[in-house]
Structure formats: C-alpha cells, structure tokens
Design a protein around this ligand. Structure first.
Ligand code: BES
Ligand code: MN
Ligand code: ZN
Length: 496
C-alpha cells in the first residue's frame, strides 16, 4: 500500500523552494493569505485573476488548479467556505476536497500552507492530525484478490507549512499521530475486506505473528483448541464445532509502559465467517458476514497504531478467532455448554455466536489484572436497527470509562452512543435448563447481548463496543476501519 510522509516546516516565502504543487486553503471571498499573496505576485496575479473571472470563490467543495510559478510547478486552490463557520466538520470537508483535487493531478509531492486555517472548535494539532489521518485513509486500496487494483495515490510526500517556527515541533507530532492512526485504520479495513476463504482464524494468527516480528515491544501467543479445552473454554469451542477451520485464541502483548503498570486490554470478536451455524442465516447479504471479524480487525489496527507511535503504555490485544458453520458436528439449538467461568449456557440460537466466543475471551482477559477491558464486536443486527451506521453502541460497567471513550469518539470523529446495561434487562436471559440462555426474549437485542457479556466482566472495569453498524459500509461495500480512530485516541490520551 502506498503511504504519505508528512513533514511540518516553516516556509518564509511560498513562491520560493521547489514543489510539484503548492496548495492554498482559501476562505470564501476573503483577503488573500500571506502565502497566497506571495504566489499571486510571483505568478503575475493568476490567483486574483481566477477569482475575478469567477472560476474560484473559496466556497467549500470548490477547487481550482492553476499553472505553477517559480519553484511551484502547480498551484492548487481549495475552498474552505465562510471563515466564521469553519468548524471541525468544515475542516473535515476541506480535507475531502483536498484529496479529490490532488488526485486530479499527478503530483508526487506538495506543500500545504495552513497558517491561515483556524478551525473554530479544533486546535492546530487537531487539524493536522485530522488532515494526516484523512489523507492516509485516502491511500487505501483493496488489492489482495483483484487482478487490476485501482491505481495508487500519486501523492507520497506532503510538507505542511505551519507559518510559524514555534508550532513546527507540535505540528510534526500531530501529523505523525494522524498518519499512525490512518495506518491502523487501513490495516483494519484490509483485514475486514478480505474474504472468508483467505482471512481464516489461522490467517489472523499469522498476522499476529507478523506484527510481533515487526515490533520489538510486541509478542504474540496463539492458544490452540487443545489449550482452550484444557482451560475449559466450552463456550468458545461450541462455536467452532461445525467447521474444518481450527479456532485460535490470539494474544498480542505490547509492552511500552512500566513493567508493573496494569495493561489496557482490547478483546476482539474474530468470527471470520458467520453463516449462523445450524440457525442458518438467510442468503441475502450473507457475503457481508466475512466482516464479522471487524472487532478483531480493529484490535489489530489499534495495536498497529500503538506500536508505530511507541506509546508508553502496556496494551494487550486478545482475538477470539473462529468460523461459525453448520455441519453434522455443529452445535445445535438447545445444546448446553459450559464456559471457562463455570457458568452454563443454553444455546438457543447458534447465530448468537459472538457472545459465546467473547465470554470465554473476557474471562481469560481477567488473568492480566487489567486496568480496563474493552471488547469490540460486530455483535447484533439490533444495534444497526437502534443506531444505524453513524454511532457505535457503547456499553460500560464504569461511568468514567464510558465518558473517556465517548470523548475520544468525538475528538476522532469516530463516535459512540451510550446504551443502558440495566439489571432490568438481565431476566430476559433466563433459561430453564442452564444458568443463562444465549439470546434474550424479544426486544432490546443489542442490550441483552451486552447484558450477557456483563455477566463475565464483573471483576474489572469494562466497556463493550457494538460495531455491527459502524464497521461496514454497504454501498460501496467495504470496511470502515472503525473504531480504530476512537480506540487509538483513547489510548493516546491515556499516554499523554
Ligand atoms: N454477526 C451477527 C450480527 C450482525 C448482523 C453484524 C448484521 C453485522 C450486521 C451476529 O452474530 C448475529 O447473528 N446476531 C444475531 C443475534 C440474534 C440471533 C439474537 C442477530 O443480530 O440477528
Ligand atoms: Mn451470528
Ligand atoms: Zn456474528
């Protein structure tokens, strides 16, 4: 995959120095910025001419490519709209226009002059992190199983002129954070976009080993089915009973913090294909159930970001990887299984498999004496009904953790919405034949799923992110890489 390197710098004269493209963010009908004046003068008034002729006015969404002058081979004007309403949303819109406009050129490097850009509700570091993240995400291409992938983005180097020497250092840090989060998001998308016949539990295990090979602070342990049986993970194993693919419990241990410091533990649902099992799903859109490992993908992506930034934290990623298939050996509705915690579960519906793999992984997470545990799962269709695709469903047994995650979601524009975990819902899980059923009686499906998990997480601070709606785009089809943005932001804030 192509990547863009970002460099913050102070440039005295925008018309001097060589670049394939000088990019000027321009507010609607506002006096030209210092850099725009410099380039306008050097180009014999080309910028003012474009505005007088009406080719460009600086409206949001507008862009205008002009011939270069001096060292700048091209000049690209990108509209920012009204400065009075240039908020975070407008800044994100500006980044989208920028990507679109730069992709109409063949420029491999560019200089972006941002001194004049001030988002009303976002700081300069926020703006630079957002820009670097959005540009990095724009380089993503799905290549693995297509003969002629879409051409890579040409832009490979972007210098950002902060206009001020004092902000260069903080600017560089902000850019690096944005790029690292973008890389993590792209990695999560890549894994979730892969088809189920490529991205199997064994493939995910291999990816974890690779992550450990590439990062000195990261080590990986893979628990095979035999080990899971010894640990008593009857719930997780019941999901994998019908498939030929061996299940894997993947543990990735990132040691960036002090040895005694309690780890942040991320637990991902890694169902590499969810057919529903004996409670078979209907055929329509069943292909999309290859992304039922979106939670696992976000654990990989977040660890990728954490390792790239070398955050001074201890972070453990646990992925419960299995395939959910029907067969003569598959678990049947009515079967009762015993989880690692000792609690018994009546499997009333084999399509409610996510909670069955997660409960054992969550019990296992307890042995790391975690600071917090956050699980991430494409858990319920009911969450899609409740929140659609814009918000991740957020459940937590600890208010402060919930607030920190909600804040991180706002800051990274990868937002969650808190849902209830009230005891009142718990009795919907009552079973006559086991300690609990794996599905609730009618109503509140995303809540009863979370309530099921809550029974296995009483010993630590815990949050559950239901990403069934937020991790996948249906048109055009593809993974979104969420909630890597939220999780990476949460961890960066803990590191600061
Ligand atoms: N992986 C699905 C949930 C899902 C549905 C994710 C749509 C993304 C889009 C999960 O394993 C599932 O099948 N859940 C069932 C639970 C039900 C049987 C209680 C569901 O939501 O229908
Ligand atoms: Mn299912
Ligand atoms: Zn599922």
């Amino acid at each position: 995959m192509s990547a863009i390197t970002f460099t913050a710098r102070k440039i005295e004269d925008a018309a001097k120095g060589s670049t394939q493209c000088a990019i000027l963010p321009m507010y609607h009908r506002k006096k030209l910025s210092r850099e725009a004046q410099q380039l306008d003068a050097a180009s014999g008034g080309a910028i003012k001419a474009a505005m007088t002729l009406g080719d460009f006015s600086g409206k949001s969404g507008e862009s205008c490519l002009l011939p270069g002058t001096g060292g700048a081979r091209r000049i690209l004007l990108v509209g920012c709209g009204d400065p009075a309403t240039f908020d975070r949303a407008a800044a994100r819109e500006f980044a989208r226009s920028l990507v679109k406009a730069i992709n109409t050129t063949r420029a491999g490097d560019a200089v972006l002059h941002v001194a004049d850009l001030h988002s009303k509700d976002g700081s300069m570091p926020w703006l630079l992190t957002t820009l670097a993240r959005q540009l990095t995400c724009a380089t993503y291409r799905y290549t693995e199983t297509v003969s002629k992938p879409k051409p890579a983005m040409k832009l490979a180097r972007l210098v950002i002129n902060t206009g001020d020497a004092r902000s260069v250092k903080a600017g560089q840090k902000a850019l690096e954070r944005g790029a690292a989060v973008g890389h993590g998001i792209n990695e999560a998308r890549r894994l979730a976009d892969l088809p189920g016949n490529v991205c199997t539990p064994s493939y995910l295990a291999q990816q974890a080993r690779k992550l450990a090979r590439d990062n000195a602070k990261l080590s990986t342990t893979i628990l095979e089915e035999k080990k899971m049986r010894e640990l008593g993970m009857g719930s997780l194993l019941s999901v994998t009973a019908g498939t030929e693919q061996p299940a894997k419990l993947i543990v990735m241990n990132y040691k960036g913090g002090k040895p005694g410091h309690k780890p942040y533990v991320l637990v991902g649902k890694g169902i590499t294909f969810d057919s529903g099992g004996i409670s078979l799903k209907p055929g329509a859109k069943m292909d999309e159930m290859k992304f039922d490992m979106g939670g696992a993908a976000s654990v990989f992506g977040t660890l990728h970001t954490v390792a790239e930034l070398g955050l001074p934290l201890n972070v453990i990623g646990i992925v419960a990887a299995a395939e959910n298939m029907p067969s003569g050996r598959a678990t049947k509705p009515g079967d009762v299984v015993t989880s690692m915690s000792g609690k018994t579960i009546e499997v009333l519906n084999t399509d409610a498999e996510g909670r069955l793999v997660l409960c054992d992984a969550l019990t296992y997470a307890g042995r790391f004496k975690p600071q917090v545990v956050i699980d991430i799962a494409t858990l319920t269709g009911a969450c899609v009904v409740a929140l659609g695709s814009h918000a991740t469903g957020l459940f937590a047994n600890h208010d402060k953790l919930a607030e920190q995650l909600l804040d991180a979601g706002v800051e990274s524009h990868d937002r969650g919405w808190r849902m209830p975990l009230w005891d009142d819902y718990q009795k919907q899980l009552d079973s006559n034949f086991a300690d609990m059923a794996n599905i609730g009686s009618a109503g509140g499906g995303s809540v009863t799923a979370a309530c099921f998990l809550a029974r296995f997480t009483e010993d630590y601070h815990w949050a559950h992110l239901d990403i069934a709606g937020s991790a996948w785009d249906s048109s055009p089809k593809g993974a979104t890489g969420r909630p890597v943005g939220m999780l990476a932001q949460y961890l960066m804030e803990r590191a600061d």
